[in-house]
Design a binder for this molecule. Structure first.
Ligand SMILES: O=C(O)[C@H](O)CO
Length: 344
């Protein structure tokens, strides 16, 4: 009996030490604050752990000198302290920053490239969920779904239930990338007339969704009932929609933004909504996020705001994490990276 017990104890230790060796063999990755704060991401961090030895941002801060030399990858979402320049400079083995999401406007690409570090994102997999939120905001705003929802406690109805018809109306999409295209598909399902404005023109996309290209954005703004912003945030698109652009829109038109808050001059938007220059706005993105409680946009009845939830579905978030892992593994192993973002 003693012999069998000894054998078992021995094999337990062999197993334990081999697991430790395997764990030590895995490249180290720093994971940003959100991975510990968000319940579903906590669950998904198991996907990272299959291939990386993960160090949370908090653990890192407890002993930076111990962890810094080992970190080869950073997994992050949105702006994060885990990508602060001083921290990045302190990581001599860092090979890649794997960002969750398509937009990488929160990262200083030239600086990161100067450190010899790659940046990756997750385009494509975010498009359906983001287009769904865009279309959801459009419908909810047009038909006042949030405003007129009956409060079950009081059974109260808002006084003006009338909205604007979506079917057959004109949808103007600014930015016809993956997300813009998916929005066009959804608009087509609602028999909308689709206009688009983009840096480049795609005959194939036009045929597939029956969209009409507008040579200039002003033309699209004048003709659309719903203007949907789906551009990346770049120096060229910062403040793209300001007082002049809003004044070109129909007084019955709605602005929907699933891009980035800074694409719109928010002060000009507040004025346009207060004065009736445009009818309404539906925004998944603002600047900043979240808006301070006393921000004038929050006091307007013709504004619908969601807190940047474009990609927040179980399926899309999981897929994003899978893609982040694929990207980071490729970068760490010196293989071709599926979604590398290079500085322009
Ligand atoms: O950039 C994106 O894909 C979304 O906004 C999530 O950050």
């Amino acid at each position: 009996l003693f012999g069998i017990t000894c054998e078992r104890v021995l094999s337990y230790f062999i197993l334990l030490s081999s697991t430790q060796v395997m764990e030590e063999d895995k490249p180290c990755a720093l994971i940003s604050e959100l991975w510990s704060e968000h319940a579903y991401l906590k669950e998904l961090s198991d996907l990272l752990k299959q291939h990386f030895h993960t160090i949370s941002y908090r653990e890192f801060l407890q002993n930076p000198a111990l962890h810094a030399p080992k970190i080869q990858a950073i997994f992050m979402w949105a702006p994060s302290s885990a990508a602060e320049p001083s921290l990045l400079r302190s990581l001599p083995s860092l090979k890649v920053i794997a960002n969750g999401g398509a937009g990488i406007d929160h990262l200083d690409l030239p600086f990161i490239a100067s450190l010899g570090v790659k940046v990756t994102n997750t385009p494509g997999v975010v498009s359906d969920a983001t287009a769904d939120i865009g279309m959801g905001l459009l419908l909810a705003s047009a038909r006042k779904i949030v405003q007129v929802a009956v409060d079950p406690k009081t059974n109260n109805l808002s006084s003006n239930l009338m909205g604007f018809e979506v079917t057959g109306s004109t949808l103007g999409i600014i930015g016809m990338g993956h997300i813009g295209y998916k929005i066009a598909q959804r608009g087509k399902g609602f028999e909308m007339k689709i206009l688009y404005y983009n840096r480049s023109r795609s005959d194939e996309d036009e045929r597939a969704v029956g969209a009409t290209y507008c040579e200039n954005m002003d033309d699209l703004l004048r003709r659309s009932d719903f203007v949907m912003l789906a551009v990346n945030l770049t120096p060229e698109t910062t403040g793209l929609i300001g007082q002049r652009e809003l004044s070109l829109m129909k007084p019955t038109a709605t602005l929907v933004n699933v891009s980035r808050g800074l694409v719109v001059d928010q002060d000009a938007l507040v004025k346009a909504l207060q004065s009736g220059t445009i009818h309404a706005a539906a925004l998944d993105v603002t600047h900043p996020e979240l808006l301070p409680r006393d921000h004038p946009l929050l006091g307007l009845l013709n504004v619908l705001i969601t807190p940047h939830v474009g990609t927040d579905t179980y399926q899309t978030t999981r897929r994003m994490v899978e893609v982040m892992v694929e990207n980071a593994r490729a970068a760490v192993n010196g293989l071709p990276i599926p979604n590398e973002v290079k500085p322009q």
